[in-house]
Design a protein around this ligand. Structure first.
Ligand SMILES: NC(=O)c1ccc[n+]([C@@H]2O[C@H](COP(=O)([O-])OP(=O)(O)OC[C@H]3O[C@@H](n4cnc5c(N)ncnc54)[C@H](O)[C@@H]3O)[C@@H](O)[C@H]2O)c1
Length: 394
């Protein structure tokens, strides 16, 4: 029996386009052969952008009116990729519509906002997933499995990072990302969401933020011209203040007893986009860096004589999670990257819609990440350690 799933996307910016790419390629997974994915509508108040994205990614329609979009019974499943301050307004409407929902991270600007949205998601029967896309990189997913299976022993020290350079140019537009009010956090949340989630994915929940330092290095920027999206966009003569962090440095403690450092920067000159996790344990270590997304490194002490034992560089392939569903060719080393992570997360969402099962990255996962962000903001403000509210963890 074929399940038809008619897709709509709200928000045609950088992330909305990545979702469109994911839906367009999702049915390449063999186990999704019984799904008919219909690319129905792109919705964005910027109609010209919606039309261009619909055309480029093969969606049948483009609309500017989000309310009319939500009332359309022809749409079964919806991705939401709007600026963070609109999530609290739009996500409840999608939930109320009864349509399946795949929301971009973060689902709110604060842990309280995210918590309220998670309560709504809990009470509905549709699938409510959240896009923690880095988890779908085969190398990171395989590393998480290895650590959880005890390959490195008991983890005691963790390093996680997200370094990016999208904000390094002071003449870059002052988009919603640079407003604490509209975003909920600078590097700490925009990219920190992924690094914190990745650390928790590999090692388990963070229980305490011991120390948190936030810095705004570029304190003002030119305001964006209408229609600017993503990290680029034209600017105006007028300037405005940056009200959130360019750099965030956290020291944390995990439930399992490990300590860790999480380094986040959106002004890491010369490092365009690198998320990584390194875990040291009683029996070895494991490390992944998205800049070389097709591989990870593992050291297990005692597997060979001391003279020949060292970290192994493992190239991802058909044996690793997600690889077979997204790789262009079925052989290790052909490489997968961030584009394929979006395909894999959308495939997972569609499987859940077909099967009526909950998604592994959901509103609770998002609240768990936001709880760490909330504790980090509090720790930076008070200059004291702050416990992560354990009730907020999934
Ligand atoms: N998973 C990832 O790797 C990833 C990457 C980028 C962004 N994101 C997330 O996706 C969401 C969207 O981010 P983005 O980079 O696509 O943003 P963006 O600025 O590129 O696009 C936002 C879109 O929302 C539309 N929009 C609707 N109402 C608006 C309003 N009132 N103000 C401004 N824009 C409005 C804009 O027209 C634009 O098309 C964010 O929550 C972000 O955290 C996730």
């Amino acid at each position: 029996m074929t399940t038809t799933i008619r897709i709509g996307i709200i928000g045609a910016g950088m992330a909305g386009q990545a979702h469109a790419f994911g839906y367009r390629n999702a049915s390449m997974a063999r186990d999704l052969g019984d799904i008919d994915v219909q690319l129905h509508t792109i919705a964005d108040p910027n109609l010209e952008l919606a039309q261009s994205v619909a055309h480029r990614y093969g969606f049948a329609n483009a609309v500017a009116d989000i309310e009319a979009f939500l009332a359309n019974p022809e749409i079964d499943a919806v991705s939401v990729a709007l600026p963070n301050h609109l999530h609290a307004e739009v996500l409840p409407k999608v939930i109320a519509s009864g349509k399946h929902l795949f929301a971009e991270k973060p689902i709110g600007r604060t842990r309280e906002e995210a918590g309220r949205l998670a309560d709504l998601a809990e009470a509905c029967t549709a699938v409510t997933g959240v896009g923690f896309s880095f988890r779908r990189l085969p190398g990171l997913a395989a590393l998480a499995q290895a650590v959880q299976n005890g390959a490195v022993g008991k983890v005691h020290t963790v390093r996680a990072w997200y370094n990016a350079d999208y904000a390094v140019d002071p003449s870059g537009a002052l988009s919603w990302r640079y407003s604490q009010e509209q975003s909920g956090g600078g590097a700490l949340l925009d990219i920190g969401a992924h690094a914190i989630d990745a650390a928790q994915f590999v090692v388990g929940p963070v229980s305490r933020v011991l120390n948190s330092t936030l810095r705004t290095v570029i304190t003002e920027r030119p305001k964006p011209a209408a229609g600017a999206i993503g990290h680029g966009g034209a600017t105006t003569e007028e300037r405005g203040p940056v009200t959130n962090d360019d750099v965030a440095l956290l020291t944390v403690e995990f439930d399992g007893g490990a300590v860790g450092q999480i380094t986040l920067s959106r002004i890491a000159s010369g490092v365009p986009n690198s998320l990584g996790v390194e875990a040291f344990g009683s029996n070895g270590h494991a490390v992944f860096d998205s800049i070389s997304a097709g591989e990870f490194h593992l050291f297990e002490s005692g597997v060979a004589s001391a003279a020949f034992n060292g970290p192994r560089r493992i190239f991802t392939g058909p044996e690793h999670p997600y690889f077979n569903d997204v790789a262009a060719m079925p052989g290790a080393g052909v490489g997968t990257g961030y584009a394929e992570a979006f395909v894999a997360e959308i495939q997972e969402f569609l499987r859940c819609v077909r099967d009526g099962s909950p998604m592994d990255t959901n509103f609770k996962t998002a609240v768990s990440m936001m709880s760490v962000v909330g504790a980090a903001l509090e720790a930076a403000e008070s200059n004291t350690p702050v416990d992560v509210d354990s009730r907020q963890h999934a």
